[in-house]
Design a protein around this ligand. Sequence first.
Ligand SMILES: C[S@@+](CC[C@H](N)C(=O)[O-])C[C@H]1O[C@@H](n2cnc3c(N)ncnc32)[C@H](O)[C@@H]1O
Length: 238
Amino acid sequence: MKLSFSCCGVSCCSNTSLPFKKKLDARVSQKEIGHVYDKLAHVYDVWGKLTESRARDRAIDLAAIEDGQSILEVAVGTGLAFYEIAKRNPNGYNIGIDLSNGMLEKAKSRLKKLSGANYSLKFSTAFDLPSQTESVDLLVNNYMFDLISYEDMDKVLAEFKRVLKIGGRLILVNMTEGETLGSRLYDFIYRLSPKTMGGCRGVRLTDKLEQHGFTVEVREYYQQMLFPSEVILAHKHA
Ligand SMILES: C[S@@+](CC[C@H](N)C(=O)[O-])C[C@H]1O[C@@H](n2cnc3c(N)ncnc32)[C@H](O)[C@@H]1O
């Protein structure tokens, strides 16, 4: 299996985790997250377009969606990616879930502009997905693991693995550890005030994915307005 790691941001450097850095764990609890994002829903698109659009667009390209698939987007937010997914998969089955009603309302109004696509948007959590076992061809999850504690990541990855078909593809985008001095600004802000960062801190998911029975095919690093993101394509092996 081809494994490509690359660096596609404004400036490039090492792909390795910095050994002297202590891992930052989640400091906003899952109980609070829905409320945090209900409040952020009306401004989220500005942030999402200024700092995350390159990584999100790359994720859609990597997903190589074919019409007719069963696609689940977990933590759909305001529907920035989900709109593109449903547009490419109008005759398939598209489900988007989130635990913030405020974000879901924004996603619903965005998707109204898309006619003829088969989709549903539901209130649900990544810990208990509304999909049958081994029923999903493609699972997309953008900027959620950076909110989840390292301990809880294992539970969520087990749930992702449950719903994906064998060979099913996983697209993940996360805020990651900055690889340049400026890009570490965001983790610095998080250390001072996690809610200012919407609860997001830099994480790296490739090792955990391999531990959970996924094969990582691509991991790319992006920087936009200094904001560091990783884009991952993986698949579930037998
Ligand atoms: C930073 S936003 C990203 C939204 C969207 N994926 C995007 O890229 O624009 C994080 C989203 O994750 C959702 N979220 C956080 N924890 C979740 C969970 N356990 N289950 C479902 N959604 C969750 C939040 O409600 C919020 O909408």
